[in-house]
Design a binder for this molecule. Sequence first.
Ligand code: ADP
Ligand code: MG
Length: 285
Amino acid sequence: MMTTDGPSTTTPDGLAPGSTATASRVAPTPAERPLLVEMHAITKLYGRGPTAVQALAGIDLEIRRGEMVALVGPSGSGKSTLMHVLGLLDRPSGGTYRLAGRDVSRLNSAGAARLRGTNVAFVFQGIHLLPSLTALHNIELPLAYGRVPKTQRRTCAREALERVGLAHLAQRYPSAMSGGQAQRVAVARAVAAGPELLLADEPTGALDRRSGRTVLALFQELHQKLGLTIVVVTHDPLVAQHAERIVQMEDGQIVSDTRVTDRLLAAAAEGDPSTTLAVEERAPA
Ligand code: ADP
Ligand code: MG
């Protein structure tokens, strides 16, 4: 678990997945939570010379622990690049990035891999489950890389499967799962080790609407019950509306950063289908 040197009036490391946090716990208001992500003037250049592409053109971004952020914007605006930098998969060309109080802008690849392994988890659009492994074994595999002892791996994997509502599919192979089920297993795999930051790049992009919604509801639940910090890239206005905060990118820059009103958030949390529809019908700004 990472530590923070930010000012904190609450538990320093928020609510880790697997903790005994319940919905009845009084959550700190967003402004009181410690910062997990602090980016300043982040740039990313691909290539060099006249053909160089500036994928990120000066990103200032702060994300507090326990926030759920929807990252939106047109194709090519830099969303995936930002996710890669956030998740320590790629280094920025310039600027500073502090993750949980630690400067990670210039970590070498071994250092980045070490931090990433225990603290950051990804869910991608394509569902990358290994076809030769059962649901349970798919979830256990990264725990093995993370050097979690074998008995603990099994427990963590089972808990994660339960958390996504698929305990009954423990022995199922991916070929016998629906797209939505497979993506939920991928989410279980992502959260099994108890990451601080969950990054999802168009996680519902390959799913039909209904499965997409189930996965969306799952993110919402992980966010609310476990206090997990989530950044989700999406083109789906409904997904974006369910996040408490919407960050919009264009041409490698953040062009707006807004919080969804408390009313919408509360309605979404209730899962009221009529409100969900009402939210969905709101045209994206
Ligand atoms: P988005 O996810 O919003 O569609 P990306 O972050 O994938 O945007 O891409 C941002 C810009 O950077 C685009 O112009 C894209 O073509 C370019 N780009 C992304 N990855 C690479 C790469 N590996 N090499 C060169 N250019 C890239
Ligand atoms: Mg992308």
